[in-house]
Design a protein around this ligand. Structure first.
Ligand SMILES: Nc1ncnc2c1ncn2[C@@H]1O[C@H](COP(=O)(O)OP(=O)(O)O)[C@@H](O)[C@H]1O
Ligand SMILES: [Mg+2]
Length: 316
């Protein structure tokens, strides 16, 4: 296997900011034809954000992306696709109600109607499903009722049908069983020999080692700096308790964050928030807003110091 000298894709100083977080701070990353690269990073480090910037789904705030040495402006995923970049996103993106074949060839040149093309599309799709170890999947079946793993297989077929020079996969193995992962690895290993570059994201180190060792020695790479929260803590709840209802509730909300509170009906979510808000009296714990500890029923008092803020309108 020969690896080209000019990177197929090179990223320098890439930054993409979201409110409350800084994703992909000053990131450098490259991949050459025939390589498999596995950028590492903890959850929330910005791996999926990097993928979305590379595929044109997000615009970077800073930095440059070069495609075969030239500045690339993938304004949208279709533009990236035309350059031969196929992406398997972390979120399943199939359209329920459409068949396997329609999903695989959505937006594809083969989706154009016409007998010859449809026959060709069916032939290609069977070959892809075969390669992915699911030869029995009927191409005409609605993907809606498929299991998550089976949908992932269809998404992989779609990505493989689009792959030209680069295949990017964002945690494809997360929803697959061991056999399916083995088949997927078999498919991925064939690609470098055909000159295709692969960017493979996984949180499973064993997988990354397996792919890295067999394909290229430099697959392992720590590209993501540890995540640094950018914004201050606005709300800090520590050890909050109310009698027998709940105890030991800890919660931190930073400016710009949206924090969800999950629990079954009757799990006292509302009571917790009413206690945080000051409508109920806690039996233990503290609540701080902007580093200032609240006394009971004092949230409103603090918020009125910022008149007109969205927070105030929602909270008071
Ligand atoms: N569309 C978005 N809007 C706001 N914040 C986002 C968005 N997408 C990602 N983020 C934030 O950017 C950070 C990186 O996310 P992500 O790229 O999904 O990480 P990873 O894939 O490494 O787990 C996270 O803090 C996440 O909450
Ligand atoms: Mg991710």
């Amino acid at each position: 296997m020969t690896v080209a000298s000019t990177p197929l894709l090179a990223v320098r100083g890439l930054v993409k900011r979201f409110p409350g977080v800084m994703a992909s701070q000053g990131l450098d990353f490259e991949v050459r034809a025939g390589e498999v690269r596995c950028p590492l990073g903890q959850n929330g480090a910005g791996k999926s954000t990097l993928i979305k910037v590379l595929s044109g789904a997000h615009r970077p705030d800073e930095g440059e992306i070069r495609w075969q040495g030239e500045i690339a402006e993938f304004g949208n995923p279709t533009a990236a696709m035309r350059s031969g970049v196929a992406v398997l996103y972390q979120e399943l993106d199939l359209v329920a109600g459409l068949s396997v074949a329609d999903n695989v060839f959505l937006g594809h040149e083969l989706s154009t109607m016409g007998f010859a093309r449809r026959a060709e599309a069916r032939r290609r799709i069977r070959a892809l499903l075969d390669r992915l170890g699911h030869p029995d999947t009927p191409p005409d079946r609605d993907v809606g009722p498929f299991s998550v793993a089976h949908q992932q297989v269809v998404s992989m077929a779609r990505a493989l049908s689009l792959v030209g020079q680069l295949l990017i996969m964002d945690e494809p193995s997360a929803v697959l069983d061991a056999d399916e992962v083995r088949v997927l690895f078999g498919v991925i290993r064939e690609l470098p020999a055909q000159g295709v570059a692969v960017v493979y994201i996984s949180l499973r180190m064993a997988e990354i080692r397996e792919i890295g060792d067999r394909v290229t020695g430099r697959a392992l790479e720590n590209v993501f700096p540890p995540r640094v929260p950018e914004t201050p803590e606005v709300l800090v709840v520590r050890g909050l308790a109310e009698g027998d209802r709940f105890s030991g509730v800890n919660l931190t909300v930073r400016r710009g964050e949206v924090v969800g509170l999950a629990g079954l009906v009757g799990a006292d979510r509302s009571e917790i928030l009413e206690t945080v808000h000051g409508a109920r009296k806690p039996t233990d714990g503290t609540v701080e807003v902007d580093s200032e500890q609240l006394r009971q029923r004092s949230v409103g008092t603090l918020l009125t110091r910022r008149p007109g803020s969205a927070d105030e309108r929602r909270w008071s």
